[in-house]
Ligand binder design. Sequence first.
Ligand SMILES: Nc1ncnc2c1ncn2[C@@H]1O[C@H](COP(=O)(O)OP(=O)(O)OP(=O)(O)O)[C@@H](O)[C@H]1O
Length: 309
Amino acid sequence: MPNYFVINNPSAGNGVHSNIVINIKKTPNIAAWHDTDYAGHAMYLAKKLAKTIDDPTAVVLVIGGDGTLNEVLNGLLQFKRAVKLPIAYIPTGSGNDFARGINLGTAEQAFSHLKRVTQTQLLNIGKINGDAPHHITKYFVNSIGIGFDAAVVAQTNQTALKRRLNKLGCGSLSYLLSVLCVFFKQHDFQMTLMNGEDYIQMPHAFLVTLTNQVYFGGGIAILPGADVHQNELDMVVADKMSFIQFLVMFASLKKNGGHLQFKSVHKISLARGAKIHVRDIQPGQIDGEELGNGTFSFNIDYQTYPFWL
Ligand SMILES: Nc1ncnc2c1ncn2[C@@H]1O[C@H](COP(=O)(O)OP(=O)(O)OP(=O)(O)O)[C@@H](O)[C@H]1O
């Protein structure tokens, strides 16, 4: 039986999952419980756990959305350990793309499932390392986006509408409204990619997403067939298109991944160490959280991490 070291974001999903959190608290094998108090706190707590835990049965149980999961993963990987601390997860966010991608279900379903888990499994995570927008190494479970999807994340986070729609259980609708609003504001930009031996230049990129799994943006299937159990990473690039083309593409995107057949949408399998460069100032997102605005220049890699799922 594992000992759970919990990191819970009480503000995830605007707190609509507080009942399940009360139930989880009753789990007997909880060794420590930490509620996050501010953005970035989960990363700090996770790093501290990675530094201090020597319990061989320890599992870090994350309760929150994709942003909290991302922070915990990055915090844990900031401290080098001989044996990595496995991550368990209960999705209480608004988008919950990671949970959707691995069919974890609702917070209640994930909690029942957790009681039946007996061993860790290695899942793929993405990694970027570079000079811009900051000199950083960052890991992600779902995606990193530059351009349109990142602008949608920024727009969604800034609007009070997200909070209201989340309260009504319509978190995905807030993403959708932002998508339409941002379409008219977002310009195309040049992206270059060194992918193994291939030098790829996209002069009119509009959306650039490195994706580790099927979903982004709260349930939009950007790359059907992608799977965190596979040790690989893909990039989806969409060129700027007319609004009508965009609506048609978006409709098929929502339906079954037919968007990948469009001439203006490109899927690229990424080689380890691929290098991306975006010279224009663009917004970025990582697992649905804002990465800031800037130019982008980084290497892309992937590796596995143990999950208690
Ligand atoms: N106590 C807190 N108060 C306010 N924000 C917090 C707090 N704790 C963590 N955060 C921040 O809340 C943000 C959102 O969290 P998270 O992504 O887990 O939930 P979500 O946005 O509702 O879900 P999803 O990303 O799945 O849509 C994160 O950037 C995190 O750093």
